[in-house]
Design a protein around this ligand. Sequence first.
Ligand code: UDP
Ligand code: UDP
Length: 480
Amino acid sequence: LARHAMYVDMEQQQQNSHVVLLPLPSQGHFTPMLSLAQLLCHAGIHVTFLITKHSHSLFTQRDALSARFPTLHFESIPDGLPPDHGRKFSALHEVGASLRSTIKPFLRELLISLTKKDDETSNDGSTRRRLPPLRCMVIDGIFMCFAIDVAEEVGIPIFALRTTSACSFWCYTCIPDLIQQGQLPFQDEDMDQPIRDIPGMESLLRRRDLPSFCKMPIDHPTFKFFVEEFEAITRVSALILNTFDDLESPILSHIATRFPKIYTLGPFHALLKSRIGNDLSSSASSLRHQDRRCMTWLDSQQLRSVIFVSFGSLVKLTRVQLLEFWHGLIDSGKPFLWVIRSDMLWNEQEAHATSVKLEVGTKEKGFIAEWVPQEEVLAHKAIGGFLTHSGWNSTIEGIWAGVPMLCWPQIADQPVNSRWVGEGWKIGLDMKDTCDRSTVEKMVRALMEEGDRSAQIFKSVDTFAKLARHAFTMEGLSLY
Ligand code: UDP
Ligand code: UDP
């Protein structure tokens, strides 16, 4: 279905198709799933998009999207958390666990009702045409694997959209193997030791690059939960990834040995723009208000002179780390555009006052914003570098824009992505978890100033940006 959405004109068969999408309610997961929804609707497919009431309330573009795509229907679902729960995006594990235990019965009922083919007769005797019968469900491939049981029970094919890179996904897929080989959990504290048993990444990974649950005892509930997710996902009929073949081909071949079908549709944001145009695509999925004033500020800056700093929607910093970054950026002498979310500091009380203080101190040297239109920022000609937490959406957006990256990975899949950026694809530098001011200054200069290394990096990222465009042509398409 996903591939049809890309390459086939609207046909009767698609107009009679219906898909349910179940995203994880977090910006980095919500955005790619909503892109998929729009692509499917663009091809005439009916989509029921399940969205928690909380995300629904933040998602201001839903009416515009519904007007643009008549076959897109948002279905609001409970997340099971008490009304006074803050539902911070950083509490993703909590939200995921609550959703799992809350919506299974709801989902079963929904799927059963959507698979019925007959028209519905109301009490007044009139008949209401049902939506076309359900063909399949697409779930987020992490935290949502409970839905595989439900789909199997109801007899609906199920696809998983995994919002990480193929590289990170492959690492997780191999974790059950590492346990069987007795390599996990790690027996000692030496996190710099290489991991040589993940095919395709023999010389790239260190223990520290795997998620932190790998340090836990094997019977720890968190460890068990993730391993169960990584095993469950292998039962899906197809896997959809936000990547392109020329970027991750060897790893995709490994993944293909474990899944019946893989669709590589990335970079999603660019595919979406190429199919539906510019009007809605870049801002449609934002769960926060975008400060567009930064675009005017960027217009006043010189070609490729600005370093864009953004750590995504979840990463948190201490006040000390924030200040070290600020000093490092100022000392580098490069103008910077920096996203500082109001919930970015561990101590949220400190966040507002600190960011105001930094804004005052920054003056004309930079621009600090709470949230920006990131895809547009990365595409701006004034941007010359991207200091990023290496979330996958940010990474692939950076690759599409051809912007060299400086990586400061923190959690989840970020360390593996940053290894590939720095050591695999050689399109950036890995700052690892160091952020003292002199390191920040040195690394920003190394990335942005003319020299052999920065020239090499720029050449590589430019090549991948071109390959990403090639992926959207018929000949760039391969099947796994
Ligand atoms: N983003 C944005 N504006 C910002 C910062 C981030 O629109 O000011 C978007 C960014 O373009 C990306 C997403 O938020 O699509 C973050 O996803 P990613 O996977 O990079 O990181 P996560 O938030 O999941 O850690
Ligand atoms: N994960 C993900 N997206 C997220 C958060 C987590 O895909 O936004 C997945 C990913 O596979 C990761 C695992 O969940 O490896 C564990 O995530 P966690 O946040 O616990 O990472 P850690 O802090 O352990 O590195």
